[in-house]
Structures are given as structure tokens and as C-alpha cells.
Design a protein around this ligand. Structure first.
Ligand code: GLC
Ligand code: MG
Length: 698
């Protein structure tokens, strides 16, 4: 038992402590002169106490008389700390801190786990394709160039477009207008210099835009140094191209190695007098195919990719990828019409391309390139985008393979060219079929995209008639996924007429009905000579004769123009969550109308898009989609001055009219079992309105 100190003993004890400088003065202790003590001064230290204890053998001292104070000896502290009135709050505070930390960690982990992926730049903006020969000429030679593009960058800011794809500008003899590359690391003088390119790229980035360039792996120009070395037998380059023995007379092939035909027509084999052999060309004879069975070729082309990624380009459009590999056995391809005389086969469409198209190994090559692009995608805001060009027509499954698999990524998307078939039988139903074709074949969770025109296909305004320009732009900009617009589509530019003797396109020279010149005419900027495209006397292709009534400047001043609509829609896409990342439900189609809903879980605002691709009609949606409200308000219309609200029992639309209707609902259409087959979403996200945030797994 502890012996308690008597009163006397205690007062002695306190005196002794005072002698030793041990005083219980707490925090207010002041020096003799009234000043605050310096650190350590006037404080009790355990060293002092120990000395005291050692000297007097007072290890058994009773400390109960000392009140707790700052710097108290441990014995005093321990004595009080075990008392319930101190222990309890301390423990409560301790466990409360532990709990708060755990809750914080859990909330952070949950938010991270539940947050849907942010959309990347290539998902959130339309892609605008520039054909550089035709966009803007800065040096008055009648052909567009890089400086010209740089001078027009404000156009993209005006359009709310953040991604620009420029068709090839590499050094080229221009047999296929730049798709025949003589040097993958040089700019053709007609377009400018590498310095011009660097300046353009910085200006693009300064404006917050991204640049996609063409990468043309299948072939080079016959002027490329690799081909020159290959044809004269330089050891390293011998197998850079596909060479085979063949029979020829005076440079003309009399017996090619097989029946393969070029995309641009006639035999895919060309005799080369220097080497005394035939080489393969799936396009022009001036575009010999590279041999991707040769590992050195793959490495060379991969280095080209690195070169441009290191320069800072944001994306690559992989040209003509399905032609990259050919079967090494070189067997004849089957004829579409087995009865046809093989001698008369000159056109690409007369054969089934079992051995020259989509060969085994193609996707491995593209996946490898994707990995290289990933190496350059690790910095924030630096994701490098890949789009593959492949026309597979009825073999849509082949197109979808360019998305890669869940384990190995490939292109971010292959171009969706199916809407290019729209003009063939323009109707609400046909449009519905084409949209559904893509959405139902696309692997789950991938990102769709839509193309209605490019430098290889007739302009949509001409193919379907001007009346439908607005409704088609509305389709393009309100479907889920990334829209691609070919320059001039925002103003409804049309094909030019080119007479047979004026044809410049090599494909058109083989078959005038395939001539691509008409869709490559100069951009129509304003009403000045050459539509503001060039101050040259003559432009490389004629400007459209009606440029004075169809140009950017005029349409900027007209709120009912295609340009104004385009701009309204790009802004709407950006601001409305259901439009850029919500569900699409294809709810109705008939000969005239195609209608779909865009909605997002948890968000009561939804959109109904009604497009008239036929003739004027009145549609009653209340019977087929009773889940929709009776009335919706008009958010955007292709016709100016139209009504503010629409009754869904009688939606009246003119030919080529499109409506974006807004409504509020608690009953999403994608949850209605009848529509399940017709509803699609890529990056599922739900809106939590209380916090105004998105979450996934809902
Ligand atoms: C792609 C291009 C086309 C070119 C061809 C050959 O299809 O889009 O314009 O002629 O490749 O390079
Ligand atoms: Mg090839």
C-alpha cells in the first residue's frame, strides 16, 4: 500500500521541490522580472526529478497533490490520465479520428470507383476533315497550303470544333494527290515547309485544338528512296516491296503473277525494267505496296509514327489499312462471276478479295502501333487517337474488328462509312436501318462515330439534294459518338461539275464515274473572287459556280443558315449531357421520319430528335411510345421561326426538317422492355442530381 504523506511532510516536499526549481505554476509562470521564461527555464524536468528521487530515495513519492500542468512529470500525467473524466473523452476522440479517416478513405475510393471515365477529346468534339489542297491558299499558287490552314483556325473555334484532321501534306509526286508519299518525314513544297507545319501545330494547340494527320502505311510513291533502292537490288531494301517474276513485252506485262486487280483498275502488277520483275500495287502503279511480311518495313513505318508523335500530333488516321498484308501464296482471287472471261477482268469489283484484303496479321500490326501510341499517351491531356479507314461494306463484322478486343486495344474507332449509303434510298426507315446496323454490331462499350462525306465520296448535299443538308447535319450531331464533317459540310457545299477531259483524279481517269475531283473543290469562304480561297488567277480545281450564294461569310450573317444550325448543334452537344454521353433509343421510323431519344439515367431532361428524310408528314408518337410526354418544347429546329412546343400526337415536319425536342421525364425509354433492343449506350453514366455529379454502375 502507498503511504500517504502527512501535512508536514507535504509542505517540506513542496519546499524541497521549490529548491530544486520544481514549482507547479502551470502555463502562467513568469520570471522574477515579470517576463515569460525562456524555453526550458522554470520548467520541471524529469531529469531534475530523477536527481531529486535518486538523492533522497523517494521513488515511492505520492504525486497526488500535484495538479496537472504543462510539462508535468510522467508520474503526474499517468495518475490523471487514467481517470475516467480524462480517459473517456480521449478515447472517444481517438476512435472518432480513426472513424473519420476510414470514412474519408472509403468515400474517396467509392467516388473513384463509381466515377465514369471522363470523355477524351476525340469523343467530345466533332472531327473536321481538311483536304489541304482545297482549304486555303496562302501563296497564290491556286493550291491550298499549311499557312492557309493556320490563317483559318478561327473557323474551328467559331464552329465549336476541337479536332482537325488534315489529309496528307507529305512530300509527294501527287499522282494520288498526296496519298503517294515520297518522304514520310518531309512536307511537300506545295504545302509549305516543316517550319510551317511546326507553326501550324503550335497554333492549333494554342487554341486548344487537336491535330489528326494521315498515316499511309500500305504503299509509298515509286519515287520513295526505299523503292529506288529496292528496284536496283540494294540488299537491305530488296524485300521492302512485293516482287515476283512475270512475263512482259516492251515493259507491258503479258503474264502477271496472278489475277489480282488494283483498286483503281487493271492488273495490280507492274513490270519494272530496272529490276526485271513485277511489283505489286493495290492502288496506282506509282504506289507500290510495302511488304509488311518484312520486319524491317514494319520497323521503318513504326519509326515514322514515332517521328510524328514526338512532334506532338494528337492522332493518326490509318489509311487503307485492310490492304496492308497480302497472302504470300499469291493464289488467284475468285471471280464474282465465274463465267466471266478472266482476260476481261479489269475492275476491283469483279473479284472477291480473299487474298489481298484483311489478311491474318493485320490486327497484330495495328495493335502494335496502338501500343506505340499509348507510350506517348501517358501525360495528362496528351492522349493519342487512332482511327482506321476500311470500307468493308456488307462485312460489317470486319470493320468492328478494328476496335480490338477487351484485352488488346486497337483503333479508338474504325470510320463508320455506312451513312454514306443514305443517298441510295433516302428515307426515315433507311436511315434507321443504317444507324441500327452500326449500333447493334458495335462491340458493347465502344464508341460510335458517323461520317457522311470525305474526299473519296460525293458531297452529301449533292447526293441527297440541298433540301436535306440541315437534317443530315442534325442527324450527325445528335447521334451518340463522334461525328466527322468534311470541309464545307457545315455550309452545305455541293459537288462541282468536271468534264471528262479535265479530270485530274487517277481513279477518275480509269473510270470517269469514279472521279473524285467534284468533291474536292476549294472551300467557299466568301463572295470575293475564288470564294476567298486563293488570289491566284486559277485554282487547282474550279470553285463551285454558286459560291456567291453559298459561303461561310454569308452564312455567318444569316441565323437561318446551315452554318448557324451547325454551330447551334455543336454548342448544344457540348452543353447537354444526354447528347454527348447518354443513351440513344431508336423509337420510330417510317418512309419519312426517323426519330430517336437521347436520355441519361438520373437526369429528367431528355431529348427527342425527329428527322424528316422523306416528304412532309405528320407523325403521332403517342401510340407507339406512350411513355413519352404529350408535349415537348422545341430546342432546335432546322426551320427558323417554328413553334415553341409540339404535341407528340401530331408532329408536323416538312421535307428535310429536323427537330430537337426537349422534355422532362422520370420514365427513361431504355428501361421499357419493348425498346431494349433499340437502345444503346457506350460509357454508361448516371446523373446524381443532388450533388450534380455523374456516377457509373447504376
Ligand atoms: C485511301 C484514301 C484515298 C486514296 C487511297 C490510296 O482510301 O482515302 O484517297 O486514294 O487511300 O492511298
Ligand atoms: Mg498492301
Amino acid at each position: 500500500m502507498k503511504r500517504r504523506m502527512s501535512k508536514e511532510e507535504n509542505s517540506n516536499y513542496i519546499e524541497m521541490h521549490a529548491d530544486l526549481g520544481v514549482e507547479n505554476k502551470g502555463f502562467d509562470q513568469e520570471g522574477e522580472d515579470g517576463s515569460k521564461p525562456a524555453e526550458g527555464e522554470g520548467e520541471t524536468t524529469s531529469v531534475q526529478l530523477s536527481a531529486f528521487e535518486a538523492a533522497d530515495g523517494l521513488s515511492e513519492l505520492d504525486y497526488t497533490q500535484i495538479k496537472p500542468y504543462a510539462g508535468m512529470p510522467k508520474e503526474v500525467l499517468l495518475q490523471y490520465s487514467t481517470q475516467a473524466c480524462y480517459r473517456l473523452p480521449r478515447e472517444i476522440l481517438f476512435w472518432f479520428t480513426v472513424l473519420c479517416t476510414l470514412v474519408l478513405v472509403a468515400v474517396t475510393a467509392t467516388i473513384i470507383a463509381l466515377s465514369p471515365q471522363c470523355l477524351s477529346w476525340w469523343q467530345s468534339s466533332p472531327v473536321y476533315q481538311i483536304y489541304p489542297r482545297s482549304f486555303q491558299d496562302s501563296d497564290q499558287d491556286g493550291v491550298g497550303d499549311l499557312k492557309g490552314i493556320q490563317n483559318r483556325l478561327d473557323h474551328f473555334v467559331y464552329l465549336n470544333v476541337k479536332a482537325v484532321w488534315i489529309s496528307p501534306f507529305y512530300k509527294s509526286p501527287m499522282k494520288d494527290f498526296g496519298y503517294d508519299v515520297e518522304d514520310f518525314r518531309e512536307i511537300d513544297p506545295i504545302f509549305g515547309t516543316m517550319e510551317d507545319f511546326d507553326n501550324l501545330l503550335s497554333s492549333i494547340h494554342d487554341r486548344g485544338l487537336k491535330l489528326i494527320i494521315d498515316f499511309i502505311p500500305n504503299h509509298t510513291s515509286d519515287k520513295h528512296v526505299w523503292f529506288q533502292r529496292s528496284r536496283n537490288g540494294t540488299e537491305k531494301y530488296k524485300d521492302y516491296y512485293i516482287w515476283k517474276d512475270c512475263e512482259s513485252v516492251n515493259g507491258t506485262v503479258t503474264k502477271p503473277p496472278n489475277n489480282w486487280v488494283s483498286v483503281f483498275g487493271n492488273s495490280a502488277w507492274q513490270f519494272d525494267a530496272v529490276r526485271g520483275q513485277c511489283y505489286l500495287h493495290q492502288f496506282l502503279k506509282e504506289q507500290p505496296d510495302l511488304n509488311f511480311h518484312n520486319a524491317d518495313v514494319l520497323k521503318e513505318m513504326t519509326d515514322v509514327i514515332r517521328f510524328w508523335l514526338e512532334k506532338g500530333v494528337d492522332g493518326l488516321r490509318m489509311d487503307a489499312v485492310k490492304f496492308i498484308l497480302e497472302a504470300e501464296h499469291l493464289r488467284d482471287e475468285p471471280q464474282v462471276n465465274p463465267e466471266q472471261n478472266p482476260e476481261n477482268i479489269t475492275s476491283h469489283s469483279e473479284l472477291y478479295h480473299d487474298y489481298t484484303d484483311s489478311q491474318v496479321g493485320l490486327h497484330v500490326i495495328l495493335q502494335g502501333w496502338r501500343q506505340v501510341m499509348d507510350e506517348y499517351s501517358t501525360e495528362p491531356g496528351r492522349y493519342r487517337f487512332m482511327v482506321a479507314e476500311s470500307y468493308d461494306y456488307e462485312k460489317i463484322g470486319r470493320t468492328m474488328m478494328y476496335y480490338g478486343t477487351s484485352f488488346v486495344q486497337e483503333a479508338n474507332f474504325p470510320f463508320n462509312f455506312y451513312l454514306l449509303d443514305l443517298p441510295e434510298s433516302l428515307s426515315g426507315r433507311a436511315c434507321y436501318d443504317l444507324v441500327k446496323l452500326w449500333m447493334s454490331n458495335m462491340p458493347k462499350g465502344y464508341w460510335p462515330n458517323w461520317v457522311v462525306g470525305n474526299h473519296d465520296n460525293p458531297r452529301i448535299a449533292s447526293a441527297v439534294s440541298r433540301k436535306y443538308v440541315n437534317v443530315i447535319n442534325m442527324l450527325l450531331l445528335t447521334l451518340p459518338g463522334t461525328p466527322t464533317s468534311y470541309y464545307g459540310e457545315e455550309i452545305g457545299m455541293e459537288n462541282i461539275a468536271v468534264s471528262e477531259d479535265q479530270i485530274q483524279d487517277p481513279f477518275g481517269k480509269f473510270d470517269p464515274s469514279e472521279n473524285r475531283d467534284p468533291f474536292r473543290s476549294p472551300m467557299q469562304w466568301d463572295s470575293s473572287p475564288n470564294a476567298g480561297f486563293s488570289e491566284a488567277n486559277k485554282t487547282w480545281l474550279p470553285v463551285h459556280p454558286e459560291y456567291q450564294t453559298c459561303n461561310v461569310m454569308m452564312q455567318r450573317n444569316d441565323s437561318s443558315s446551315p452554318l448557324a444550325l451547325y454551330r447551334t448543334l455543336t454548342a448544344l452537344r457540348e452543353s447537354e449531357l444526354p447528347l454527348h454521353r447518354g443513351w440513344v433509343c431508336l423509337v420510330w421510323s417510317d418512309a419519312d421520319i426517323f426519330a430517336y431519344v437521347r436520355e441519361l439515367d438520373g437526369l429528367s431532361t431528355a431529348f427527342l430528335i425527329v428527322l424528316n428524310l422523306g416528304n412532309g408528314s405528320t407523325t403521332d408518337l403517342t401510340g407507339v411510345v406512350p411513355e413519352l410526354p404529350r408535349e415537348a418544347s422545341v430546342r432546335v429546329s432546322t426551320l427558323s421561326g417554328s413553334m415553341k412546343t409540339v404535341s407528340l400526337a401530331a408532329i408536323k415536319t416538312e421535307t428535310g426538317e429536323g427537330l430537337v425536342l426537349e422534355y422532362h421525364t422520370r420514365e427513361p425509354i431504355h428501361e421499357v422492355s419493348r425498346f431494349r433492343e433499340n437502345c444503346f449506350v457506350s460509357e454508361k453514366a448516371c446523373y446524381f442530381s443532388a450533388l450534380g455529379i455523374l456516377y457509373k454502375n447504376c
